[in-house]
Design a protein around this ligand. Structure first.
Ligand code: NAD
Length: 481
């Protein structure tokens, strides 16, 4: 078999120890890899490279398309950027895949049948971190969700389910409240689900979904979620699984992919030779499947499961009465190597079919042919008076548009606001050419209005054009509107 080029970074803290052990196990199992080594992490940050990776090293990852990464230490302060977030965004690694499996009774857990995979959207949502200060008291964070992002992640979740013999994909969203952003995520999920009649699908509102992962994780198979919810439920799942040190993770893009352990660089135990290499090894096994070395992945995974059930445990999972031997990193990897070719007898054996193809997702084209028409504008104003006073000022300059609503934090204050409604100096003022949003406005009209509002001495924070798409409103109504 031809060797597959991969890029490897040994990282910080326990990184070099667990990477050495992982590479040794990969080699012994017969993985055909041509390794390019790069430096990332603390030393790079401390040289003043705020991204934690030198420009030249992106070239290696671009060339190989496969990045096996040990954990790194992010120094405190100093404007250092998270290398993980940078890598995901730079390389377009849109899917974060994290399996959560119980290894009961060998690793203690309340949920011995837990076997779920979280597929988290990795590039958009509130995680884009686009934030603004609007007034001395009000901050804004933009939640951007795209059809392309939704389609890619949902299709990936279904393809993953199919490739891994899984039966069901559950979508977790909050579309009862965020009808447009989370609404789009679920709508696209439901559309994509139709292409996979062999896989069940369902949906859950994220709050009850999170509670169910905490209280009844055995009911889940594959879960797909937007970025922030995916991040939160990943930690809940890791906690209830009972063994964060055993988590591997894949970040998948159209061209590149990154594989790693879920845990960090564990500086408290670095250099002691006691770290558990399992998380990184499981990440590396996902990498083997990604590059089509499925037979090696199966062999290595089963040897690892056999080691676990033989009670050969590193200190983090060692339990008197369950474990038979407490070992260090090197001894653990030697035990896995000694079991290559064996399969577990109590835990379910793994099988990555040798004819399985790498999961590929077709590129998603931008939507075209939709009639996008301007019908008005929301103007956000920093205003300390009452809504009625503001309405009087705005009505005086509104024509030819009409002031149809003043709201604060999404709650309608004018016209006919409720007397007990509280508000801040942060007013969203809706101007439409006609109240039914059916009459078109021109840019000259909205710009002219903006200018008159400025000339009236009002403090404009921002404006948001209001469009219809094939006649359907592209904006929500205010609560109480
Ligand atoms: P951590 O995951 O490094 O450690 C948490 C606890 O788990 C520690 O007690 C540690 O000893 C233990 N632990 C973790 N991995 C272990 C293993 N393989 N074997 C045995 N015990 C293990 O989290 P932290 O202490 O919050 O973070 C340490 C550093 O890691 C920070 O600089 C953080 O920024 C970084 N970090 C990096 C990544 C990454 O590179 N992907 C992820 C998370 C944290």
């Amino acid at each position: 078999m031809a060797k597959t080029p991969i890029t490897v970074a040994h990282g910080d803290g326990i990184g070099p120890e667990i990477m050495a052990a992982t590479l040794q196990m990969l080699d012994a199992a017969g993985a055909q890899l041509e390794i390019e080594t790069i430096e990332i992490g603390e030393q790079v940050y401390l040289r003043g490279v705020t991204a934690g990776i030198e420009d030249k090293d992106w070239a290696s990852i671009r060339r190989t398309g496969v990045f096996l990464k040990a954990p790194i230490t992010t120094p405190f302060g100093g404007g250092y950027k998270s290398l993980n977030v940078t890598t995901r965004k730079t390389l377009g690694l849109f899917a974060n895949v994290r399996p959560y499996m119980a290894y009961s009774p060998f690793v203690k857990t309340h949920f011995p049948k837990m076997d779920m995979v979280i597929v988290r959207e990795n590039e958009e949502d509130l995680y884009a971190g686009i934030e603004y200060q609007h007034t001395p008291d009000v901050m804004e964070c933009l939640k951007l969700i795209s059809r392309q992002g939704c389609e890619r992640i949902s299709r990936y979740a279904f393809e993953y389910a199919r490739a891994n013999g899984r039966k069901k994909v559950t979508c977790m969203i909050k579309d009862n409240i965020m009808k447009m952003t989370d609404g789009l995520f679920y709508k696209v999920f439901a559309e994509i689900a139709k292409d996979y009649p062999d896989i069940e699908n369902d949906r859950m509102i994220i709050d009850i979904g999170t509670a169910k992962i905490a209280a009844d994780p055995e009911r889940f198979d594959v879960v797909v979620a937007p970025n922030l919810y995916g991040d939160i439920i990943s930690d809940v799942a890791a906690e209830v699984m009972g063994s964060v040190g055993l988590g591997g993770s894949a970040n998948i893009g159209m061209k590149q992919a990154m594989f790693e352990a879920v845990h960090g660089s564990a500086p408290d135990i670095a250099g002691k030779g006691i770290a558990n290499p399992s998380g990184l090894l499981l990440g590396a096994i996902m990498m083997l499947v990604h590059i089509g070395q499925n037979d090696v992945a199966t062999k290595l995974h089963n040897a690892w499961l056999k080691t676990l059930e033989d009670g050969i445990h590193t200190g983090d999972i060692y339990k008197e009465g369950v474990s038979t031997k407490r070992v260090g990193t090197k001894e653990f990897s030697d035990a896995v190597i000694a079991r290559l070719g064996q399969v577990p007898t109590k835990l379910p054996a793994m099988n990555y079919p040798s004819d399985a193809k790498r999961i590929t997702i077709p590129d998603v084209k931008p939507t075209t042919g939709v009639k996008k028409e301007l019908v008005g504008m929301d103007v956000y104003i920093d205003w300390n008076g009452t809504p009625d006073e503001l309405a009087a000022k705005l009505n005086a300059v509104a024509a030819p548009l009409n002031l149809t609503m003043i709201s604060c934090r999404g709650l309608k204050l004018w016209p006919n606001g409720q007397p007990e409604s509280s508000y801040l100096s942060h007013m969203a003022n809706r101007f439409l050419k006609s109240a039914d949003a059916k009459t078109l406005a021109s840019t000259a009209e909205t710009m002219g209005l903006l200018q008159r509002i400025n000339e009236a001495g009002l403090n404009v924070i921002k404006m948001e054009n209001l469009f219809t798409y094939d006649g359907v409103k592209g904006f929500t109504a205010g609560q109480g509107e």
